[in-house]
Design a protein around this ligand. Structure first.
Ligand code: DCP
Ligand code: MG
Ligand code: MN
Length: 336
């Protein structure tokens, strides 16, 4: 099987999975993607076991588990703690970098530079950094809001709200999907991911105009300035048509991060796969494609050698799974 799924978060190894999840998230947060992926792969291995994993010797034999992770498994079983996690969470440098990287549009290089200049708090950054980009300023303004998870029910409200306006005020032939962690069925989401296409329309300039119109409707007073700020609005000259920003569903709510992706109808299938994720699932399915001499991207499936399309119109996901020779997987089973 190309990836039996980690449903066993309550299974016999839930404590190990709990700690490994925390480690993965720590590393993801500071941009150490190699370690992040290693932890996710280990979690995937461990969650498939139907017996409790106890010792180093048992653990080291498993796929995706090397010496360092096997040692940690034994430590968790013996002490019900993980010293490395405790260390990361209490290390001043590490936790400061982590804090800075939670500002939208701040990566490891900038965070480290600020740390080396002696800055330690968000207030330091606000007062002492004089070359903040406008996105970083928004990241600071909405620091708490954008670092809070959104309950699933609220994401549903946003989706219904946006869909209604798009269909009634922009174009009734639009197809609007809610993507990301929401489509994978998770109870809370980091942001709101919306995918839009127009049935049988592959004309990029028409799609760009539709996206601009939708965003301006959503910014308007008629809708209580639902969209409060813009981070990225990329148009016809860029690889993909997208808008990233902040939005407010009602006065009592927090400002939420929202990502719109507008795609040609022929790219819908590949876009659905890409934008559903999760990121690890995307890596796995792309690796499967590569092994078959194919290249899967968010725009479609192509032959690696010639770059030609494998499927003329790929507006559904199943066609792509079929072509790759793998069983279709429901979005809820893509939480790897
Ligand atoms: N994606 C990806 N690689 C990235 C970023 C995104 O493959 N570096 C894809 C997979 C993600 C999807 O886009 O699932 C949406 O991206 P998000 O960052 O919004 O992630 P999720 O919606 O999965 O999680 P969250 O609840 O944190 O938003
Ligand atoms: Mg998301
Ligand atoms: Mn997103």
């Amino acid at each position: 099987d190309y990836m039996a799924v980690s449903k066993n978060v309550s299974g016999p190894n839930k404590e190990i999975i709990f700690f490994f999840n925390k480690m993965a998230n720590e590393y993801k947060q500071v941009g150490e993607s190699y370690k992040y992926v290693n932890y996710r792969k280990a979690i995937n291995t461990i969650s498939k076991l139907d017996y409790p994993l106890k010792t180093y010797d048992e653990a080291i034999k498993l796929p995706n588990i090397g010496k360092s992770l096997a040692l940690k498994i034994e430590e968790i079983n013996k002490t019900h703690k993980l010293s490395k996690l405790f260390f990361l969470q209490n290390d001043i440098k590490y936790s400061t970098l982590n804090k800075f990287m939670k500002i939208y549009s701040v990566g490891p290089t900038i965070a480290k530079n600020w740390y080396d200049r002696g800055y330690r708090t968000i207030e330091d950054i606000e007062k002492k950094v004089d070359n903040l980009t406008s996105n970083q300023k928004l990241g600071i303004k909405y620091y708490n809001d954008w670092n809070s998870k959104i309950p699933r029910e609220e994401v549903t409200q946003h989706y219904e709200f946006v869909k209604n306006i798009a269909l009634k005020e922009v174009d009734s032939k639009l197809e609007i999907f809610i993507m990301g962690s929401y489509r994978r069925g998770l109870p809370e989401c980091g942001d709101i991911d919306i995918l839009i296409t127009k049935k049988n329309c592959n004309d990029k300039s028409e799609l760009a105009a539709i996206l601009s119109k939708l965003i301006s409707r959503l910014k308007s007073k008629d809708h209580n300035n639902y969209i409060q700020c813009s981070l990225i609005h990329s148009g016809i000259n860029s690889k993909s048509l997208k808008f990233y920003g902040g939005c407010l569903i009602n006065e009592n709510s927090k400002c939420r991060r929202i990502d719109f992706l507008m795609v040609p109808y022929e790219e819908l299938g590949a876009s659905l796969i890409y934008f559903t994720g999760n990121d690890i699932f995307n890596r796995i399915i792309r690796t499967i494609a590569i092994k078959k001499g194919l290249n899967l991207s968010n725009i479609g499936l192509t032959f690696k050698k010639t770059g030609e399309k494998c499927i003329e119109n790929s507006h559904d996901e199943k066609t792509i799974f079929d072509y790759l020779g793998i069983k279709y997987r429901n979005p809820e089973d893509r939480n790897i």
